[in-house]
Design a protein around this ligand. Sequence first.
Ligand SMILES: [Zn+2]
Length: 325
Amino acid sequence: MKKSVPIVDMHCDVLYKMQRDSSLDFIQGPGLDVTMNRLQEGNVALQTFAIFLSEKLGTPRFEHVFRQIEIYNLLTAQESHPLRLRPLRWKEDAQELRTNIGQAGGSIWSLLSLEGVDGLEGNLSYLDLMYKQGVRFIGVTWNYANWAADGILEERNGGFTNKGRELIRRCKEIGLILDVSHLSEAGFWELADTTERSFIASHSNARAVCPHPRNLTDEQIRTIIALNGRMGMTFVPWFVKEQGEVSQTDLLKHIEHVCSLGGANHIMFGSDFDGIHQWIQGLEHPGKYTDLVELLQKHYPETLVRQFMYDNMLTFLCENLGDKP
Ligand SMILES: [Zn+2]
């Protein structure tokens, strides 16, 4: 069988699920969207694992963040699968992946991100610790306000706090890349106006196609493009289509729209697998990425499909990650 196009996925919530239920098996499930078997099945070359603290864990504390890092470390240490889950931390790692992508190999690469800084408890020195532990992307908020900024569902639509502005500066110094999915619009514009650095929206679609607040406006998308950032198309059904059955074809409308704004070089994917309990029909887990590739190949030239599926994001990583010390 011909191997499908490799995939880079910039968001899933496996770590949080495994923190809540330590009996879950990451190799084959059940109970997880993302498993090693399905990553292999879908030809996923790089999966990003978010550290996410839900309200269900109680007051967000750094020990929760650390626990999820420990779970990630266990996953990358596991040797009970033919493929290893290998951490991607440096420019050199991204270059190695980009050079060898598509070749049969013994590993799937993985990245660590933080979804909402709530668990850092306002302590900026934890950012250094996060970086040392391999975290490379920082989502400032989840949907609500925290010590750094407002999330997108806060009605007052506040921007960054003073401490949040310090966080932006500190992330820049350390080399942590910011992620604006979930951030309030005021926060988005404050960041865009004060930074020359590229940032990403790891899992957000286009609001012009589906009017959910978690999706980005055309102005926001144009700004991400202008700053040479990246935008991860996401599989949350109600971010794809307002109502009714949601299909992979509905997702194409978002891709088409971002392309129409000039974003063909900035599209990537952030599935949000394991952060959702409803799925796009036919796109229920990473193993189904091969079907999405086939659909895209009917609509776009092969080079563009490869850009969307992995190369736009790998180029970004090669340009934005730090050198191996
Ligand atoms: Zn999210």
